[in-house]
Design a binder for this molecule. Structure first.
Ligand SMILES: [Ca+2]
Ligand SMILES: [Ca+2]
Length: 226
């Protein structure tokens, strides 16, 4: 009897514990619905992007980031991304260049440069594909391919991106304030005369499954992209 009395608080505690566990399983989490798992901030990754001079980024066909400063100062865009793999990243990057002459600052041929690092380890490098759209001087435009930002687009005929050293691109201070370790500056083969370029890459994570089960219902497809 004494023994049982001694154990009683533990026994009751275990009973209550088991009860609340059963309750927790039976009840949906506060503010949620049964059987639905929502993505949380722990599922989110950080994206650091630096472009000389401007970029817009599409992930899996959706516009997710636009450089809010189109020319100067040179800035880093740091955004949260909820990743889903395979992840197709498509970038349009622009060097500051007069559309009629290609010159920057009057009579000077300026250079471009683009670097990206995600906290999941994704980096920009020569494995990315690149395509020139506007080069000058001499002024030459190529049409932007339809659906170039969609995962289904075939970029197999595009050139590989060319890597450039930070010394060559000469990034300004914000580049050094963020983590770009291991990431390479990329462009087409002509950092000076190719002024508008497209980049694409596909990040594979075999066996990856979303931890969350929710799908967005909102439709942003009518949003103006230009
Ligand atoms: Ca240029
Ligand atoms: Ca520039």
């Amino acid at each position: 009897m004494m023994k049982f009395k001694k154990q009683l608080p533990f026994f009751l505690g275990a009973l209550v514990g088991a009860g609340s566990l059963a309750l927790a399983i039976a009840q949906p989490p506060r503010g949620g619905q049964a059987g639905i798992i929502k993505p949380e901030m722990g599922d989110v990754i950080q994206a650091n992007i630096y472009a000389d001079n401007w970029f817009a980024m599409y992930i899996n066909g959706k516009l997710v980031a636009v450089d809010p400063i189109d020319f100067l100062p040179h800035n880093v865009v740091n955004v949260n991304i909820l990743p889903e793999y395979p992840m197709t990243i498509a970038i349009i990057a622009k060097d500051n260049a007069d559309p009629k002459t290609g010159f920057e600052y009057g009579d000077h041929i300026g250079d471009g440069g683009f670097v990206l690092k995600f906290s999941d380890g994704t980096i920009s490098d020569a494995k990315w594909k690149a395509k020139r759209i506007f080069s000058a001087p001499p002024v030459k435009y190529e049409p932007i391919p339809t659906s170039w930002y969609l995962p289904s687009f075939d970029d197999s005929k595009w050139d590989s991106a060319t890597e450039f050293t930070p010394q060559r691109v000469n990034p300004k201070k914000p580049y050094y304030d963020y983590n770009f370790e291991g990431a390479k500056f990329i462009w087409t083969s002509d950092l000076d005369k190719d002024n508008t370029v497209l980049f694409r890459t596909k990040i594979e994570k075999p066996g990856w499954k979303a931890r969350w089960t929710t799908k967005p219902d909102l439709d942003v497809s009518g949003f103006p992209l230009r």
